[in-house]
Ligand binder design. Sequence first.
Ligand code: GDP
Ligand code: IMO
Ligand code: MG
Length: 423
Amino acid sequence: MAVDLLLGLQWGDEGKGKIVDVLTSSYDVIARFQGGPNAGHTLEFEGNKHVLHTIPSGIFHPKAVNLIGNGVVIDPVIFMKEIENLAPYAIDFDQKLLLSKKAHLILPTHRLLDAASEASKGKAKIGSTLKGIGPTYMDKTGRNGIRVGDILAPDWEEKYQRLTKKHLALLNSYETAVDFDLKDLENSFFKSVEALRKFKLVDSEQYLIEAQKAGKKILAEGAQGSLLDIDFGTYPFVTSSTTTAAGACTGLGVAPNKIKEVFGIFKAYATRVGSGPFPTELFDKDGETMAKVGNEFGSTTGRSRRCGWIDLVALKYSIHINGVTQLMMMKGDVLSGFETIKICTAYKTETGVMDYLPYDIATQDIVPIYEELPGWNEDLTQMTKSSEFPENFKNYIRYLEEALETPIKIVSVGPDRKQTIFR
Ligand code: GDP
Ligand code: IMO
Ligand code: MG
């Protein structure tokens, strides 16, 4: 049986959580493959609003198994908080939640190192979520990391002490000091690790191999977005994991030839939280309107998201790198009321016009070249069929499908599960 994959095509926060939740009724297993608590995936249904960070977005469905893969990095403290927040839903975690023993742990000192690294960069900071993501993946690839399975071994505390000692020495090497009370941080860390031991810690790749043999339907849930990918994103303003399709192979142990549908999800405009290049960013009333109507505040950090027009140069790039087979367009409702909608089709750079993402996008002066389409005024949020869409919104969708050479199969017109239109 094949594995389908859902991932963000922009700079994250496209609405992955919402759509995974909507699609879960058609799947047996929902699996996160990379990232960690830097993610904030929002779900809204039956008057509830819920933000998940580490736990896959299929957790609210009665049957699906939710799996946290080896490619994810887990902060036990944040993980346990998420579990506590789910208490009202009476979820049977023994049946429904599996964690890979190979996933790496975020230690308190990883978070401190993240803060020290950011402080030392001054104005050039990445704008990290300060969840310790970069330092944890550095320890993973540097072969110093501690994995979830390690907490079951008798020598686990020695491993922890060895790595923490190293981190403290590293922290000292930064000129900018970071204030912390390690004892306090360790108290909650060890309490959470104790609690984590009681969860189902498994060889998750083996679970997925068996699930595939048994004909189960698996959906891999991406975090962040393709433009934050460690290799293909707007480096160095990226996260530290492979957010693109290849990440599902390494982060779950799924072979490339087992991947079938690749769902690429994007907003009808563009947003970015944190620093880094954003060619279509708006600094005017239009940008303010998008931020206000779209409620563009980070689900994890509460920071304001920068807003701008849709960028087809970036979207085409993401579609190719991921092998996207179907598109999902989110937040079209936010654009109601704009007289004209702008679409970036190319970049004007110092060296000429470009229609792909250049290596030095972070340092080049890029001026977006726009096409304009007429806007629409109708409120889309109560619509239930695409035939109800205003003509100009239909035009916008048609334009994007043609330019991106990929069908848009879902159009989302509001944050609720129900505000989802299949085409
Ligand atoms: P994720 O990280 O990709 O899961 O996305 P986030 O949850 O961080 O951010 C998406 C935000 O947009 C959340 O607040 C969602 O509730 C909201 N949202 C999702 N789809 C829509 C939509 O179609 N319209 C509107 N207005 N809001 C949406
Ligand atoms: P979801 O899954 C949006 C951004 C941060 C920062 C950069 C590096 O909700 O879409 P990190 O903490 O990973 O070292 O930060 O990446 N970032 C996100 N932006 N959505 C996310 O996740 C993000 N995860 C990280 O703002 O610019
Ligand atoms: Mg988010």
